[in-house]
Design a binder for this molecule. Structure first.
Ligand code: LMR
Length: 416
C-alpha cells in the first residue's frame, strides 16, 4: 500500500450496512429493483409520504412567516416541544398524580432517535458509569456503535430463537438474571423491535420490569416507532408507561424519535427523557443542566423545524386527529403488505413456514433468509434487504409483492 504521510492512526471501519445498502439501491438502474433495506415508510407506489398532517402544518407555518424561525433556541432545545414530546410518550391525560409524575422527568431535545440514544449513553457513561450495557441479540446495529463510542462495555442477552422464529423470553430472562450486575444498563426496544419485529407481551414486560427492579438494573428504552407499529400511541407506549407508573422507585430513561411516526426522517427530531425515582425529583434540574453541558459541547442545541411542526400539529385538534389518522394509514398498509407477502409465499408453496411474517410487528420482518439468499436476492433480482434477513416491509407494494415473493421462492429453493 502507498505510504501516506499523516498524523492520524486510522484504519478503515466497515460502512454502515443500512445506509450503504440504501446508496447501492439508489445507484441500481434495474427497473424492478425493490428496497427492503432502510426503515422508511413508502406508499404503495414506492414513494416517500410526507404525512398530510405535516404538510398542513408546514403550509400554516409558511403563512405565518415567523421571523424567529431560524433563530437559536435554548441549549435544552425547544421547551414547549419537549413538554409535548413528554406527554406523547408518557400520556398523562387526566391522571390525578400528573404533576408529581411530570416532576420525575428531565427532558432535552436531541438530534432524533440516534442522538437521543447517543446523548443518553454518554450521560450514563459520565454520571452512572454502568459496568456494562446489555443489548438484545440481535439489535439495531447502531446501538453497538453508540455504546462503543460512549466507552461502555457491551454485552448481549438472547432475544431471538432462530428455530421457532420467536422471541426468546426465557433466554433473555435467564441471562439478565444470572449475568447482569447491579447498575448495568439494559437497552429495551419500546415496541416494534428492530430488527426482529418481535415484542414481549404485556405479561412478559411486567416480568422484565420486576427483574430490572429486583436486580437494580437500569432500563434504557429506545422508542422509535410509537404509533407507527400499531397505529395507537397508547398501545405502542404501553411498556414505557408501565415501567414509569408501576416502578416509581426505579430510575430509567427513554430515547424518543419522531422520524417514523411523523415521517420527519431528515429533520432529526427527538428527545431524551431521564426519569428520576420518586424521591429524587429535586435533582431533575441538575440532570437537565448536565445534559445541557454535553449538548453544548457537541452541537449546542437540536434543530428547530421538526419541533415546530410537532408543536403545530399537537396544538390543533384538527391536525392532531389528522396525525392519528396518518398513523393508522401507515400501520395498516404495513400490516396488509405482511399479509400480501405471506399469502403469495403460501400460494407459491415456498418451502418453509412463513407465519412469522404476519405475526411480527412494526416496520420490519426478520424473514429467516440466510446471508447467501439475501445476496442472491440482490444480485439476481435487485431486491435489497439486510444480511441478517431483515426486510423493511414498507418497501413492498401491491405491484411488487408477486415479484418479491417469486424471488424469495427461487432463492429458498435454490440457494442454501
Ligand atoms: C433502520 O433501522 O433502518 C432505520 O432505523 C434507519 C436507521 O437509522 O438505521
Amino acid at each position: 500500500m502507498e505510504k501516506v504521510p499523516t498524523r492520524l492512526n486510522v484504519a478503515p471501519v466497515p460502512p454502515d450496512e443500512i445506509f450503504a445498502l440504501n446508496g447501492a439501491f439508489f445507484a441500481d438502474t434495474h427497473p424492478q429493483k425493490v428496497s427492503l433495506g432502510v426503515g422508511v415508510y413508502r406508499t404503495d407506489d414506492g414513494k416517500p409520504w410526507p404525512l398530510p398532517a405535516v404538510e398542513k402544518a408546514e403550509k400554516q407555518l409558511a403563512e405565518e412567516n415567523d421571523l424567529m424561525r431560524h433563530e437559536y433556541t435554548a441549549i435544552e432545545g425547544d421547551v414547549p416541544f419537549l413538554k409535548i414530546a413528554r406527554d406523547i410518550m408518557f400520556g398523562f391525560e387526566g391522571k390525578p398524580s400528573e404533576e408529581a409524575a411530570k416532576a420525575r422527568i428531565a427532558s432535552v431535545q436531541t438530534v432524533a432517535g440516534t442522538g437521543a440514544n447517543h446523548l443518553g449513553a454518554l450521560f450514563l457513561a459520565h454520571h452512572m458509569k454502568p459496568r456494562n450495557v446489555w443489548l438484545s441479540n440481535p439489535s439495531w446495529a447502531n446501538h453497538m456503535t453508540i455504546w462503543e463510542l460512549a466507552g461502555v462495555p457491551r454485552k448481549t442477552y438472547p432475544y431471538y430463537h432462530a428455530a421457532t422464529r420467536s422471541f426468546d423470553f426465557d433466554g433473555m430472562m435467564a441471562t439478565l438474571e444470572n449475568d447482569a450486575e447491579e447498575g448495568d444498563a439494559v437497552l429495551l426496544h419500546a415496541c416494534a423491535h428492530n430488527p426482529t419485529g418481535l415484542d414481549p407481551n404485556k405479561e412478559q414486560w411486567i416480568a422484565i420490569a420486576d427483574l430490572c427492579e429486583r436486580k437494580k438494573l437500569f432500563p434504557f428504552f429506545d422508542s422509535a416507532y410509537q404509533g407507527f407499529a400499531s397505529g395507537s400511541l397508547e398501545e405502542d407506549a404501553w411498556a414505557v408507561r408501565y415501567f414509569f407508573e408501576n416502578k416509581p422507585d426505579m430510575e430509567m430513561c427513554v430515547a424518543q424519535s419522531f422520524s417514523k411516526n411523523m415521517g420527519l426522517y431528515g429533520q432529526r427530531t427527538g428527545a431524551f427523557h431521564y426519569i428520576t425515582n420518586r424521591s429524587a425529583t429535586s435533582i431533575r434540574d441538575v440532570i437537565v443542566n448536565n445534559l445541557c453541558h454535553l449538548i453544548r459541547g457537541e452541537f449546542s442545541m437540536g434543530p428547530r423545524i421538526g419541533c415546530t411542526i410537532v408543536k403545530k400539529i399537537m396544538s390543533s385538534e384538527e391536525l392532531t386527529a389528522d396525525w392519528h389518522n396518518d398513523l393508522q394509514v401507515m400501520s395498516s398498509r404495513i400490516k396488509s403488505m405482511r399479509e400480501a407477502l405471506y399469502n403469495e409465499l403460501v400460494r407459491l408453496k415456498t418451502p418453509g413456514t412463513w407465519e412469522h411474517i404476519v405475526e411480527q410487528n412494526g416496520m420490519f420482518s426478520y424473514t429467516g433468509l440466510t446471508p447467501k439468499q439475501v445476496y442472491a436476492l440482490k444480485d439476481k433480482y435487485h431486491v435489497y434487504l439486510l444480511k441478517s434477513g431483515r426486510a423493511s416491509i414498507s418497501g413492498l407494494s401491491q405491484k411488487n409483492v408477486p415479484y418479491v415473493a417469486q424471488a424469495i421462492d427461487d432463492v429458498v429453493r435454490n440457494v442454501l
